[in-house]
Write a protein of this length. Structure first.
Length: 301
């Protein structure tokens, strides 16, 4: 194992409990407690905090064993690793490869549908995060359908177009005084926005009112006005979601989920969406099973 120029992950720390015990604390909460050699381990961790810390007295055997453990946990990184954004570092340490959904290729750029204040805030935030924004809607692009209000007509059209073109799409809007993110739609694999609307309608105690609301004029809906607190919150929420997708961490992005964030109480509600078998947008209607001969005779009778 070549550990030249490697340091301890910047977001990892440790605490000395007593003369014998020391705990290595990881960002994901899976901490490790050592019952012996607390001082020697502390010295080794201190030396690994930076390549410049060469004046710390370290037990070579303990350092060797500690490096092997840290390397197996992904807690040793290159010394210039701290130049990466802290959020990206935390995502890398999250280690969610098992949660990734197969795509022909993970999106590498962003294409916007929609305009308004939320769209402007998101574009500015993505540029600061060095995320590529393009006008070309191709297979390498993630579509962001964004609206300052719950514009069902616009969002449904964007959903249908993306599914038809087999492009991943993420929705972001201001609705019912909340930020609403999702669903993140992967055509042919996850539920789409139409599935969400249909299931909400089917489970509603007031279907007529909900149907009228979803087909009504968007101009009647409150529009996002923003302000310092809301603008920063909106930028952080959507940028975080987009970064998880571009990194391939789809378990963090939550496909087939709608996330509602209340900016006043800071409540976050996750609403999973099951794919609707008879969805008129994402269901495969071309390969329906043919009717049996018995059914055809019965129909004629």
């Amino acid at each position: 194992m070549d550990t030249q120029n490697l340091i301890l992950h910047p977001d990892t720390d440790w605490v000395k409990i007593d003369e014998n015990r020391i705990q290595l604390r990881q960002p994901d909460g899976t901490h490790i407690t050592f019952d012996k050699h607390a001082t020697d381990i502390s010295n080794a961790l201190t030396a690994l905090r930076s390549t410049e810390m060469n004046d710390v007295s370290v037990d070579e055997d303990i350092m060797k064993q500690l490096k092997e453990l840290l390397d197996s946990k992904g807690l040793l990184v290159q010394e210039d690793y701290s130049s990466v954004s802290q959020f990206q570092r935390l995502m890398d340490l999250h280690g969610t490869s098992a949660g990734k959904i197969d795509l022909e290729s993970i999106p590498t750029s962003i294409t916007f549908l929609g305009d308004g204040k939320l769209a402007s805030l998101t574009k500015e935030s993505l540029k600061k995060s060095n995320i590529k924004i393009t006008d070309n809607q191709d297979s390498s692009s993630l579509i962001i359908a964004i609206s300052d209000q719950e514009d069902h007509k616009f969002l449904r059209k964007a959903n249908a177009t993306a599914v038809k073109k087999n492009q991943p799409i993420l929705f972001f809007r201001w609705a019912q005084r909340k930020f609403v993110i999702g669903p993140f739609v992967i055509p042919k694999q996850t539920a789409c926005l139409e599935c969400a609307y249909k299931r909400e309608l089917g489970s509603s105690l007031f279907p007529d009112e909900l149907k009228a609301y979803s087909t009504g004029d968007a101009k009647n809906s409150p529009s996002y006005e923003g302000g310092l607190v809301l603008d920063n919150m909106a930028s952080a929420l959507i940028t975080r979601h987009i970064m998880t997708i571009l990194d391939g961490n789809y378990d963090l992005a939550g496909p087939s989920n709608i996330v509602k964030v209340d900016p006043v109480y800071l409540n976050i509600k996750y609403s999973p969406i099951l794919r609707l078998p008879r969805c008129g947008v994402c269901n495969n209607t071309e390969d329906k099973p043919k009717r049996t001969i018995r059914e055809q005779f019965s129909a004629k009778a």
